[in-house]
Design a protein around this ligand. Structure first.
Ligand SMILES: [Zn+2]
Length: 494
């Protein structure tokens, strides 16, 4: 039921968001884009006001974003107006523009839809430019300046010279339907996207979070499904705010669109203050597995303020993804979206995936080097982290007679990193946070064994809270909820 999910949290968590800001007229926008759509491409004209002497380096695409190593194929007919010159370094996807003075520079190019076949990855991470549909991330449409003095808040303006013959939605400027110039920042635009479609449906609602946007392609969605999605989205958002004691006003966008000719039930990617999910059938978007995916991704927004130590090899995914998965279980049960029976079947699925995996004992720092390989490597940190969080949650419940839960650890970590720029905690700090409820040495040993070294946790009924039991069935572990009321009670909070 729970299937592969794209986990780019590590990458996207680097992107703190800044919304569109007013930009005074005394500061002309240094990067001005004019776009024109064609059948399968977008003509781009960039007027660049030099921000540094002699030359500026730009980059295009990002292979770490969806494993798109050949993304440069889609950048074509790149020219600069004389007297400026440019040099393209294909291997590094770098464009160096040389100039003599501060006169505006005009760069033209085209972005062509070069998807090699229909796959989930191509449809989530590559430009899709079609007569009735557009989906393109900033990093694949715009040139990203690499100023000598890093300036992620450098401003960018975007306007259509020839706009698509259908409504568009900017995730970096959701109030703008594309009919007027959008002004934002390099930082904000890079991993957000533009989408548009003949059947694009944009619903804006006010909740305790401020303005929120639901963006769908309506053609195949029944009104009843649409209202289910809306209801779930608002309800779960409220649940997450209560879980995290979060009172921020956010502009969150939930974008759900069908895959085209790809038979995959759902996957997607977060983009700071939103999530794009793609699916193969719209009927059950707000239930079961797809509900879990949407919840997991909304979870990233709230968990985004707490990041585990990443080391040199993206080593924090056990928390960023795995604890996010367990937090999703926690909140779905807490809010009543998941019954005890649902929990049993879905959590046992995770259990089974982990314990039956050939690579289950891969050390934590060796997982990422295999990340873009097919197979279990992408999912191992999710499963391992989720099962470890479940283990700790049970230990804490047992040790405190159900007075505390893993939520207290999560809130403590959030508090701990709240004043830090990077929002990252160390492994040591994680152990400290759990050691408030369990003997420190035991926590430290468990962390080293089960997360760092990758050993399997041995579950027996002695390590579970009384409402749960474990059974070894055909050499596979199975969790049973034996006291439903007590089980539900564990996930409640004020
Ligand atoms: Zn994730």
């Amino acid at each position: 039921m729970l299937n592969p999910r794209h986990g780019l949290k590590y990458f996207l968590s680097l992107l703190l968001f800044c919304g569109v800001r007013a930009f005074g007229q005394n500061h002309p926008v240094p990067l001005q884009y004019r776009l024109g759509i064609d059948t399968n491409k977008i003509h781009v004209e960039l007027k660049y006001l030099p921000q540094e002497p002699d030359s500026t380096v730009f980059s295009y695409g990002e292979p770490a974003f969806g494993g798109q190593s050949d993304i440069l194929k889609g950048l074509q007919h790149l020219i600069v107006e004389a007297p400026a010159r440019l040099r393209l370094d294909s291997a590094k996807r770098r464009i160096v523009v040389y100039f003599k003075n501060n006169d505006p520079i005009r760069i033209n190019y085209e972005i062509v839809d070069t998807r090699p076949g229909n796959t989930t990855r191509n449809q989530l991470f590559r430009p899709m430019i079609m007569p009735d549909y557009v989906f393109i991330h900033g990093v694949n449409l715009f040139l990203t300046p690499q100023f000598r003095k890093d300036d992620p808040s450098a401003h960018v303006s975007v306007q259509w010279e020839k706009s698509p013959p259908f409504p568009v939605f900017y995730t970096f400027d959701p109030e703008n339907d594309g009919s007027r110039t959008s002004i934002t920042t390099v930082d904000s635009i890079s991993f957000r996207f533009i989408t548009g479609a003949k059947d694009l449906y944009v619903k804006r609602f006010h909740s305790e979070s401020g303005a929120n946007y639901l963006v769908l392609r309506s053609a195949n969605i029944k009104p009843v499904t649409q209202s289910q999605i809306e209801k779930f989205y608002l309800g779960y958002n409220n649940q997450m705010r209560r879980y995290w004691k979060d009172t921020r006003i956010i502009k969150y966008s939930l974008v759900l669109q069908p895959f085209l000719g790809v038979d995959h039930n759902m996957s997607g990617v977060s983009f700071g203050n939103g999530f794009i999910g793609k699916y193969n059938e719209p009927d059950s978007i707000a239930s079961g597995y797809r509900q879990f995916v949407i919840s997991h991704e909304m979870g990233h927004y709230y968990l985004g303020d707490v990041v585990a130590f990443a080391g040199a090899n993206v080593e924090g995914q056990w928390f960023d993804e795995g604890f996010n998965d367990y937090t999703t279980f926690f909140n779905l049960v807490s809010a009543g979206y998941m019954t005890a029976a649902d929990f049993e079947s879905e959590f046992n699925w995770v259990f089974h995936q982990l314990y039956s995996s050939q690579i289950k004992n891969t050390p934590n720092d060796k997982i990422f080097e295999n990340f873009w390989k097919l197979g279990d490597y992408q999912k191992l940190p999710y499963w391992r982290g989720c099962v470890f969080a479940f283990f700790l949650d049970n230990q804490i419940a047992l040790a405190t007679k159900q007075l505390h839960s893993i939520r207290d650890v999560m809130l403590a970590l959030k508090q701990l990193v709240s004043s830090r720029d990077k929002k990252m905690f160390t492994n040591e700090e994680f152990i400290d946070a759990v050691a408030k409820y369990l003997p420190r040495q035991q926590v430290e040993e468990a962390f080293k064994k089960y997360i760092i070294a990758g050993n399997s946790i041995v579950f027996d009924s002695a390590v579970l809270m009384p409402s749960l039991q474990v059974e070894n069935k055909d050499r596979a572990l199975v969790i049973h909820v034996v006291d439903e009321q007590r089980f539900q009670q564990h996930f409640k909070f004020d």
